[in-house]
Design a protein around this ligand. Structure first.
Ligand code: SAM
Length: 245
């Protein structure tokens, strides 16, 4: 880039606060420093969704927007299951950010939302899980999630290691299940339990499928669905979902 062009771009973005110029400058810098990252198109409307940003920042603060896109996708995809009977569940809920969205969707229904989490963080990673995660990472507490979800009376919390407490909901059917446990074994165990209990049209959404940090979660989904008729739909956010036929 010529020096004059660079100076013009810097003036426009930093002094005139021209948003498009800021975007172009950030993209140019990123191309140099981290070319692996590909900027998406300028001006995506969801980034201006004030209500959604307020919800997100309440849980994650303003320094980390790493899962903004995934939370947005979850919130939208759940609409596809409005006319499907059955409860919802989340395996791996941490402080309840995703469960908050899920409970919110159920407000005018009789559906219940079931949460399964150790609240002691991840279980012991296995050979399939690579080196990134360690036992106990992402630990939270039952008190925090109860506080965050205190305004919902449709939520049931099952504290324990997956799959220990699944038997308590074994007679139920489900319309939407969110898997977010990062590792092979609890992802596989969750699929084994919930897949046969999904009503037709129900959706299983896996948060961790498309990340280099979570090879075990991808392996669990691929192995489990290798003999099933439903295709695994991968999203650029790193999520994957399947619609029960
Ligand atoms: C990435 S966090 C979940 C984030 C959450 N979905 C959200 O909306 O912020 C992963 C969660 O999985 C839980 N977890 C991981 N392995 C588990 C296992 N084997 N049994 C129960 N919970 C587990 C952890 O305690 C942690 O809360």
């Amino acid at each position: 880039m010529k020096i004059v062009t660079a100076v013009k771009m810097i003036v426009k973005s930093l002094i005139k606060k021209d948003e498009y110029a800021q975007f172009v400058l950030a993209e140019k810098i990123s191309e140099r420093i981290y070319p692996q990252y590909k900027f998406s198109e300028f001006g995506r409307l969801y980034l201006y969704d004030k209500e959604f940003l307020k919800y997100y920042e309440r849980f994650e603060g303003t320094k980390n927007y790493h899962s903004l896109d995934r939370k947005y996708v979850l919130n939208q995809i759940m609409k596809l299951t409005y006319n499907v009977d059955g409860d919802t569940a989340e395996c791996g809920a941490f402080a309840g950010a995703s469960s908050f969205l899920m409970c919110n969707h159920l407000l005018s229904t009789h559906k219940k939302h079931c949460i399964f989490d150790s609240f002691e963080g991840l279980s012991n990673p296995s050979g399939e899980d690579g080196e990134y995660w360690h036992q106990g990472d992402l630990s939270s507490s039952e008190e925090i999630i109860r506080l965050n979800l205190r305004n919902f009376n449709n939520v049931e919390i099952y504290k324990g290691w997956i799959p220990e407490r699944f038997s308590e909901v074994s007679s139920r059917k489900f319309s939407f299940v969110h898997l977010d446990v990062d590792l092979f074994q609890p992802t596989f165990d969750s699929l084994e339990f919930f897949y046969p209990r999904m009503n037709q049209g129900g959706i299983i959404l896996c948060d961790d499928y498309g990340f280099t940090t979570c090879p075990g979660a991808k392996k669990a989904v691929d192995e489990f669905f290798s003999d099933k008729k439903e295709p695994v739909i991968c999203l650029p956010t790193g999520q994957a979902f399947m619609v029960r036929r």
